[in-house]
Design a protein around this ligand. Structure first.
Ligand code: NAD
Length: 328
């Protein structure tokens, strides 16, 4: 009793109805879903698809990343093109714009073997202009590309509580939501392709500023004013200084369980990725002559951290960075 979902707008001739070319995508809820990029976020996201009963076909340039998923029954293939050959719904979760371009349009990319009518969802945080380019390239092959970056961190990816910000053709949103809601608590349609990225870039600029502010505040309170870290965090979290960085992802080791600060800042969201996101915000601000004063300072701080050995640590290690700067 397989249900077949028909794409309302024909992808081959772009007619909304009465087209001569009939393009269909299998939407039986339990047909294979491709997943490319099994890093800190992709791994728990793909696991949630498996938990919801979707057979997953995955690929990552780093074979070690595929082990856990393989043990859970996922089929692992060598290249994104191989995945596209088998699955007509694919999610990608890659570090940055060049990786996304490679995975979609490179020599072993998805578009080399994509099936007509496929739904391609990119959840990486990248330049919105690149999302638009990928959408055009996908459309030429008769496939649909949507950007669906996420917020929430590894904790929310694990518990299936991410927020997805989705850009692309509105008539495809229901199809995207079917998959994304297995991994997220909020799936929000933002508008045309690239608008999901736009929302994400804004969120992360505020997150970066908030994390630095939290780290500075906690450091001042603990090391200069003699406050107990847990007590200070508790007060902030019941007061007007409360934010995600203080109550969900506290940067001070020992204040909370299950966050990168208690794990020597391993895992989580790498400083280098936050630096990338702040760079995307800066580019837009420069091009549009928009004042983003704290965003610029945050970008410089994270760039400096990358140069001082923090690139692959979680971005909450800005607390440790400030400690090293103390007294200098
Ligand atoms: P990550 O570096 O841990 O994982 C990326 C994975 O992609 C790696 O396993 C890498 O081997 C793989 N990869 C890279 N190039 C590839 C290619 N050409 N083909 C196949 N696989 C390839 O990164 P992450 O922390 O999982 O983040 C992924 C994206 O999500 C980034 O854009 C990041 O900004 C965004 N994001 C991360 C978080 C977080 O908390 N970590 C939160 C929200 C959004």
């Amino acid at each position: 009793s397989e249900m077949i979902y028909r794409v309302k707008r024909c992808l081959a001739c772009l007619a909304v109805e009465n087209c001569s070319v009939s393009v269909s995508r299998s939407m039986a809820s339990k047909t294979q879903v491709g997943f490319i990029g099994l890093g800190n976020m992709g791994n728990p996201m793909a696991k949630n698809l498996i938990k919801h009963g979707y057979p997953v076909i995955a690929s990552d340039v780093f074979p070690e990343s595929c082990k856990e998923l393989q043990e859970l029954g996922a089929q692992i293939l060598d290249t994104p093109a191989d995945v596209a050959d088998k699955a007509d719904r694919i999610i990608t979760m890659l570090p940055s714009s060049p990786n996304v371009m490679d995975v979609y349009t490179g020599p072993n990319g998805i578009l080399k073997k994509v099936k007509k009518g496929s739904l391609l969802i990119d959840s990486s945080t990248i330049d919105p202009a690149v999302s638009k380019e990928m959408a055009i390239a996908a459309e030429k092959m008769g496939a649909v590309f949507m950007d669906a970056p996420v917020s929430g961190g590894v904790g929310a990816a694990t518990s299936g509580k991410l927020t997805f910000m989705v850009g692309g053709a509105e008539e495809e949103f229901t199809a995207a939501k079917e998959l994304l809601s297995c991994m997220g608590a909020n799936v929000v349609y933002c508008g045309q392709v690239g608008t999901g990225q736009a929302a994400k870039i804004c969120n992360n600029m505020l997150l970066a500023i908030g994390m630095i502010g939290t780290a500075e505040t906690m450091n001042l309170g603990i090391s200069r004013l003699g406050l107990d870290p847990k007590l200070l965090a508790k007060i902030l979290n019941m007061s007007s200084g409360r934010c995600w960085s203080s109550d969900t992802y506290n940067p001070v080791p020992g204040v909370m369980e299950g966050v990168p600060s208690v794990n020597n800042y391993q895992g989580g969201f790498a400083t280098t990725l936050m630096t990338k996101d702040l760079g995307l915000a800066q580019n837009t601000a420069t091009n549009t002559k928009t004042p983003v004063i704290l965003g610029s300072v945050a970008h410089q701080i994270y760039r400096m951290m990358c140069a001082r050995g923090y690139a692959n640590k979680d971005f909450s290690s800005v607390f440790q960075f400030l400690r090293e700067e103390e007294g200098q």
